[in-house]
Structures are given as C-alpha cells and as structure tokens.
Design a protein around this ligand. Structure first.
Ligand code: KE4
Length: 427
C-alpha cells in the first residue's frame, strides 16, 4: 500500500504545480499519485510506506554506482565539514575538470554549471557566439533541458523554422531552431544543403535517452560530423545522460566520433546539482571572462557537487566497471524480450551499456520518435504499474530510459525478471 505517498502528494499539490518540481515525477496518465521515497541504498529505494523497490531510475542517471555509495557519501561528508559553498575558486573543481578532461576525447577545457539545462543552453550561446551564426539544428525526441532555444519542435515543413514546444518560448527565437528526425541521415544532409552557412551548431544526444533508449544508426553521427566540419558549424554532443554511463569516454568514445563541444551532467555530480560544457580550448575560451560569451552561476563548481562527482567518477573508473554494467544491461534486456515472447507479448528492448528502453511493439527496430509514438501505450501503463506493485521502480514514462547500476546484481536481475514474467502474463 502507498497511503502515505498519496497523502504527501495531496499536500504537495497545494503548494507546487502538479505537486512536483519536475513534471515527469508526477506519474501523469500512469497512476493517481507518485511514490515518495525516503531512502536509497545500492540498487534499492524505500518509500514512505516502508516498501522496498529495485530501482531503475537511479535519479535519472547519477546513481550509476548505486544509491548512497559509501565512498560518495564519505567524500561529500568530508567536504561538508569544510563548508558548503564559497562563491570562490576551490582546488576540487580543478581536480574534477582535469579528471573529466582525461576521459572525454573532445574535452580540452570545460566550464561547470549547476544543471544539464544550463550547460546545454550555454553551449548553444557559445556556438552562436563562436560562429557568429544563429541557426541551431536539433532532433525530435531529443531533450536538452528546458532552455528556450531547445524547447522547439519541427515546423510545418521538414526544413522550415521551428515552432515553440512550450508556452512562453518566443516564436522569433523558435524560428532559429530547425528540428529534424533522429537517425534521418539524408534529412540532415538536405538541411545542410539548404541552410548550411547559416547553421551555428547541431546538438544531438549521441544515444537518445529521452524517447526511451535509441542508439544511432550507422553513419548518422559520422555524417553529422562531416556536415558540420564542412560547413563551419559546431557539432555538440549532449552527453548529460551518456557521459561516463556508456563508457569512460561516453558515446563519443564508443562510436569514435569527436564533437566540438560536449554537454555533461548527472554522473559528473554523482547526484548533486551539476552540468558542464567541455570542448576545444579555442572554443571554450570564448566564455567570459576570457571571451565575449557571458556565462555564470552562483553554485557552478560547487565543492559538494565536485566531491560527489569526483568520488563517482573514481568508482566508474575501476577495472571492468563498464564491462560488467554492459553484461548486466544486456542480460536484463535480452531476458525481458525472451519472457515477453513466451507470453505472446510484442516487446523490443533497446540497450547500450547501463541504459535501456522498453517498447511494446512488434517493430524490430525503434529508431525515432514516430516509432516510439506507435508503440502500445496502454501495455506500457499496465506493465509499469504491475512492476511497481511487485517492487520494481521503472521510469514513469515510456519516453524515458531505464538505468542499471553497478549495485544491481544477480538477485536483483532475477527478481526483476520474475516480476516481468508475472506482468507479461497479465497484459
Ligand atoms: P537537467 O537540467 O535536468 O540537469 O538536465 C537536462 C538534460 C539535458 N540533456 C539530457 C540528454 C537529459 O536527459 C537531461 C535531463 N534528463 C531528464 C530525464 N530524461 C531529467 C529528469 C527530469 O527532467 O526530471
């Protein structure tokens, strides 16, 4: 039972829009109220009614070493003893920057922020300032935080100016963003043929994690790299989700495609507020106070977040960390498909190291937002609720990815598959 979650949500509804501080947490169209958690421990979350769940949200990615990892908690506690925030340079922010730069191929310098949104919107401003151009290309189904230039959907014609994807986004600004179809390599070529010299940057999730989990098709990222290089535009990889998740060097290392700028977040803060824009020195130095592109933040490089991020990156840097994560993510994904098939349920589970996407569909490959929208929403809703009632906490939206941590072991995978078997038999 979740009586206390329900009453807490009722109270929250009177003081916060939708009772939440981020829309996806509201369980909209899924359940009459979200679950309130009080504690995380390794692969588990515990709710206010004392129920335990195997967690595949992982705070949307940061908890890659499991919740409340002792080494992360101890690093934050030590930093805490010295104070929370000084609004001044600290050694630890340089140490984290050096650590990130060592791993991420595109990173020569970086600027810290307090969220992925801030990092993405600052990267857009940087690209526009560096190239002295205004057009941005993004892809439908990719999410780069809620900066105005990135809350834009495709206009009426494929290559026309974007239209706001949220109230409050000025039309004139939305017109400067062109939204294409993810994995549509030919569409990207056509866009550059038509708009080329006006394009400041292409921003893309190299593995899309905001419409389930959708890997790039062969040549998609490579073509974006060629097009941006040959037209004087910048290529920005939004690795807020994939950075340090799919490997130490992120998706850019996995696919051997090096962008000009990389947006980071989540894991590099280990659960505390963080974001970063990394890239070539020549570009990053366009940020104030060196260059003309203004960018700032009271808590940017906050020592607590730096301590948490550094401890987390040290954990993911351990030998075979990502190899083991990949093995478990593959096992879970493949077994889910086998169990679903046995029960006559059409299921496709896309996965890359540490992340997966569940699609109720007979389509063999889910490659873009339209494919995802064509999946069975009713089945997802039923599956999500049966899994929750059986102690498995999945992402509360079919447009979100699931996350496996290093704390998820044989027992947790088996328990998850048993619950899934039960759920498939009830769909
Ligand atoms: P934040 O501003 O939420 O730190 O980061 C925005 C962001 C940027 N880029 C990518 C690829 C992201 O996935 C995100 C945020 N991810 C969502 C989950 N899909 C966060 C969950 C939420 O919005 O509550």
């Amino acid at each position: 039972m979740n009586n206390r979650s329900k009453s807490l949500f009722d109270a929250a509804l009177s003081v916060m829009p939708g009772g939440v501080n981020s829309p996806v947490r509201a369980f909209n169209n899924l359940r009459d109220h979200p679950i309130y958690f009080t504690k995380g421990d390794g692969p588990y979350l515990f709710d206010v009614d004392g129920n335990r769940y195997i967690d595949y949200v992982g705070s949307w990615g940061p908890a890659i070493a499991g919740h409340s990892h002792p080494k992360v908690v101890s690093a934050v506690r030590t930093q805490l003893e010295s104070g929370l925030s000084f609004g001044a340079p600290t050694e630890i922010e340089t140490v984290l920057a050096e650590t990130i730069i060592k791993s991420v191929p595109s990173a020569e310098k970086l600027r810290m922020t307090s969220s992925g949104t801030e990092a993405a919107m600052s990267a857009i401003r940087l690209a526009r300032g560096y190239t002295n151009r205004e057009l941005i290309i993004k892809f439908e189904g990719c999410y780069h935080g809620h900066g105005d230039s990135l809350l834009v959907k495709a206009g009426s014609g494929a290559l026309t100016m974007g239209v706001p994807d949220s109230a409050g986004v000025p039309k004139d600004l939305a017109h400067k963003t062109v939204t294409l179809t993810y994995n549509d390599t030919l569409g990207a070529i056509a866009a550059f043929r038509k708009l080329g010299e006006g394009i400041a940057a292409v921003i893309v999730e190299p593995i899309a994690g905001n419409m389930g989990c959708i890997p790039p098709v062969p040549e998609f990222l490579e073509t974006l790299r060629e097009l941006t290089s040959s037209h004087g535009a910048l290529l920005i990889f939004d690795e807020v989700m994939t950075g340090f998740r799919v490997g130490l060097g992120g998706a850019q290392k996995l696919f051997e495609v090096t962008p000009d700028l990389t947006v980071l977040g989540k894991i590099i803060g280990g659960g505390l507020p963080v974001g970063a824009i990394a890239g070539k020195t020549e570009i990053i130095d366009f940020f104030a106070p060196v260059g003309p592109v203004y960018q700032a933040g009271t808590l940017s490089g906050n020592p607590l977040a730096m301590a948490s991020g550094l401890a987390t990156i040290e954990l993911v840097s351990q030998k075979d960390f990502h190899k083991n994560l990949e093995l478990n993510t593959t096992k879970l994904s493949q077994e889910l498909e086998v169990l679903a098939k046995k029960r006559g349920v059409d299921l496709c589970v896309n996965h890359v190291c540490g992340m997966f996407g569940i699609f109720f569909s007979d389509q063999k490959r889910i490659c873009n937002l339209t494919d995802v929208q064509n999946c069975d929403e009713k089945k997802f809703k039923l599956f999500f609720n049966i899994m929750l009632e059986n102690g498995i906490n999945l992402a509360p939206s079919r447009f979100e990815a699931g996350f496996v941590s290093s704390a998820h072991g044989e027992n947790e995978l088996e328990a998850t598959l048993r619950a899934a078997e039960k759920a498939f038999s009830m769909l």
